[in-house]
Design a protein around this ligand. Structure first.
Ligand code: AP5
Length: 216
């Protein structure tokens, strides 16, 4: 299966992707994670992307498409795309890329979360720089901010600040929201409320995916 996870920043795409990949044996491809890794390693791609990311803007399509082509071409047969596509141009390129590989997009899961909730989630998010696990600061009231899995000190993402969050939400509304209609017209969009607990959202997604697998 090839699946796209859609939703505004902070909707829980990364949180759900980590659960889904294990359950369904899909390869999780998150453009944000790939870009952050390139920035951390100070590669040429990372240097080109860094400023766009810090300001909450989209990284230019040609950089993203080079990144994603390498992952999709000749790679695993089942993918979970998180953070890509982000606009209509990227969606059309994805269609072409998959067609050239004799593959097709099976499903787009749209996580619906309201504006104020995503702002609260992004302001409160802390991540583990070592294993990538994500938490909310509220879960550490009387405890040190360290990862419960690997013990590393947790930190905020550099784009989780009020200015960048505001810009990311504007960019989402202008460029990414139109993908909902794009995929609705193709008949492959399923919307799920992302406002329940992570486990409840996951169960709902598993339910949907099992029904899709049964149809295949
Ligand atoms: P990216 O990393 O993709 O960021 P994003 O889309 O802004 O999404 P987030 O990672 O912020 O949120 P998420 O939905 O994964 O939520 P999470 O699970 O972490 O992109 C970053 C930047 O890279 C972009 O701004 C852009 O510059 C660039 N970029 C990336 N892809 C690009 C592309 N294709 N084209 C161009 N540029 C691109 O959860 C958030 C918080 O909420 C966490 O604290 C989590 O613990 C909590 N949480 C999760 N689920 C729940 C729940 N159900 N209830 C309560 N809390 C929850």
């Amino acid at each position: 299966m090839i699946i796209v996870l859609l939703g505004p920043p902070g909707a829980g795409k990364g949180t759900q992707a980590k659960k889904i990949e294990g359950e369904f044996g899909l390869t999780h491809v998150a453009t944000g994670d790939l870009l952050r890794e390139a920035v951390r390693r100070e590669t040429s791609l990372g240097k080109q992307a860094q400023d766009f990311m810090l300001r909450g803007r989209l990284v230019p399509d040609r950089i993203i498409l080079d990144l994603i082509k390498n992952k999709i071409r000749g790679g695993a047969s089942g993918f979970l795309l998180d953070g890509f596509p982000r606009n209509i141009i990227q969606a059309e390129e994805l269609d072409e890329l998959l067609e050239a590989e004799n593959k097709k997009l099976d499903l787009v899961i749209n996580l619906e979360v309201n504006h104020n909730e995503v702002i609260d989630r992004l302001n409160g998010r802390v991540i583990c720089p070592e294993c990538g696990k994500t938490y909310n600061v509220d879960h550490f009231v009387d405890e040190p901010l360290v990862c419960k899995d690997c013990g590393s000190r947790l930190s905020q993402r550099s784009d989780d600040n009020p200015d960048a969050i505001e810009e990311r939400l504007k960019v989402y509304l202008r460029h990414t929201l139109p993908l909902i209609d794009y995929y609705k017209e193709k008949g492959i969009l399923l919307s799920v409320s992302g406002e329940r607990s992570p486990q409840e959202v996951f169960h709902r997604i598993v339910d949907l995916l099992q029904r899709v697998e049964d149809v295949h």
